[in-house]
Design a protein around this ligand. Sequence first.
Ligand SMILES: [Zn+2]
Length: 163
Amino acid sequence: MVEKTETERMLVRKIEEGTVVDHIPDWKAETVARVLRLDKLARMQADVSVAILQNVESKTLGRKDMIKIDRWHVDEKDADILTLIFPNITVNYIAEWKVSKYEARVPDVIEGRVKCPEVLCITNAQREPVVPKFFTLKKERLLQCHYCDAVVEFDSVPEHVRT
Ligand SMILES: [Zn+2]
């Protein structure tokens, strides 16, 4: 475990149950929140607390952002999508004060989470739309729609996440 800096210790207490998303590039926490669809926590009126730390000192990155979510387990599939955009991000799950690191990996297929940019794609049909499905082209850093071949750059994925 990387030792906590003084600032981190000061800003946030340890959590008993939940998720810590760490090593987010500085000032990018909002993008991460969008990919993790944290706004749904508000809609669900979930009994969770979220701490977003921005531009805190990091031993390895200089500066970084962090998101701590008390009493909420971030979906592993969303964590995997995060690694498309931010390869160095770490996701830790905490249960009974014990931290376990999630080994996120770039998925081969992404279903249901990203919207196809092509308006005429059958996944965007007004009536009976099909669930979107993309293949990841890792070398090119692109997602390709299974149905219409439209592509989304990894870095643009946050703008296409379904809410
Ligand atoms: Zn499509």
